[in-house]
Design a protein around this ligand. Sequence first.
Ligand code: AGP
Length: 606
Amino acid sequence: MCGIVGILGSKPVAEDLVDALRRLEYRGYDSAGIATVENGHLDRRRAEGKLKNLELKLSEQPLKGRAGIGHTRWATHGRPIERNAHPHMNDRVAVVHNGIIENFQELRDELTAKGYEFETETDTETILHLVTDYLNQGCRPVEAAHKALQRLSGAFALGLIFAGHDDLMIGARRGPPLAIGHGKNEMYLGSDAIALAPFTDAITYLEDGDWVVITRSGAQIYDTAGNPVERPIVRSVASSLLVDKGNYRHFMAKEIHEQPEVISHTLAHYLDMATGKVVFPDLGVDLAKISRITMSACGTAYYAGLVGKYWLERYARIPVDIDVASEFRYREAPMPEGGLAIFISQSGETADTLASLRYCKAQGQKIASVVNVRTSTIARESHAILPTLAGPEIGVASTKAFTCQLSVLACLAIAAGRARGTLSEADEKELVRALTEVPRHVNTILRSEPMYETLAHSLQKAKDVLYLGRGQNFPIALEGALKLKEISYIHAEGYAAGELKHGPIALIDENVPVVVVAPEDDLFEKTVSNMQEVAARGGQIILISNAPASKAGCKLHTHLQMPDAHPFTNPLLYAVPVQLIAYHTAVAMGTDVDQPRNLAKSVTVE
Ligand code: AGP
């Protein structure tokens, strides 16, 4: 979950390295640093905390040099302090690293015994001393790097530069993504195409196990064994991904408000609005015949999959086995013959989700991925890509990607229902029509945003918040709790409303706000009973419903009025209020909404 970048430039590179790191901050921002080669000497600047601290240091102590590497860190080994910040460097080599070196302790012990002194708590410093040791044995930089790579185990992407070589950069990928950028007499290395977008759109994505020797005249890629391999140069659309906040205070606010548009774009990719039919890509399996669908994802993406389970089981009568990827990848779940496995991921780089994909692939499953980045590793390892057209999502808390994931899964449920004969043509038209009304309903909800700002002022005092939901809206309660805790740092928990009496009701008193996600559907009356149980114990109920407050049958702290809509689409609509509750509560509390503490946008390590 770190961002790495490297430039062999035709002019001093420090400013461009920082510019690239700014676009990589979504991958982590505990600390940042750059190193350059100037007249054969290595030098570096590092700073704890946000990138602006590094920029300040560079303004006071500029770095020269036309070759350099940079890093923005999400700490895995070692506290997020300057001493542990990358690049790690000595007088011979500098290294930046994303991922985890699993055998770092064994290597550290070996190198310590050889007399190398470690000054940090990081696994990355092991790479530094290992490469240096091979240099000290007389190896040339390329050979030293290759030998060191063969000793490392774990998942990592890394960049190296060397003293005395200002036209050499070495990169390696084993797990987390790494791309090469091709410029005019300049060459680049980066965690993704977004980082390199201002410099070039000519990108080569390294495959797992590749390593590369880069000079200003080009790049030679090798496989793990050291055999030269060819990888295509593709034109990246990343230049269009250079996003800013527009007139919003935060990326998260912008992305919440982009939902009507991006949900429309995503639905249009899978629906024929004219005929009212779903036009779904071939997944390589016969949806009429498969016995089960397996799903796996993490965090918010997992909650999207949970909603998808309700839809697929209800409308297509397909059993769905879904689990969080960090559990699924180790469960060794038995797989049906010729089954379909679906992986949901905004970034397409989440390590646990990728590992689960690889397990299912090895078990002979057809792999489909619902991703927001079509060039991501998860996408490139899938048989079928189901894109969400959310555009780049910069806010660490996922919002528009979530509702676009739901949009894709809703279309899949209809397509599967039609293939299995559980939905008639008239049913299909009804559900497709309901989907086409979602953007308008979301706009209606966004127009009531002032209600959420008011609510936030009381929520910000809470220590614990409970979210309740039933049926297909239960995952929205889970998502609401995640949104609140990850950006406001208030503890929140999502629960199936029917489970309240099996324990959580013990939490309820006048200090515990209870957010109830309850459209007026076939389970509404059951949830009314739960609300009355809460009210009887002084709980502060915040009801999100299209039903009028009078139907709650109890006193409400707040009633967030929702538009009437087809029950099928409620999860898409009710995602927006829980996003707004979290956003405005975090704003009221003054937390860093777009880059909350301890988090990163893409979790590319276990
Ligand atoms: C969502 O708000 C969180 N940032 C996090 O749970 C995220 O959904 C999860 O890490 C999965 O990321 P992915 O969709 O990129 O795989």
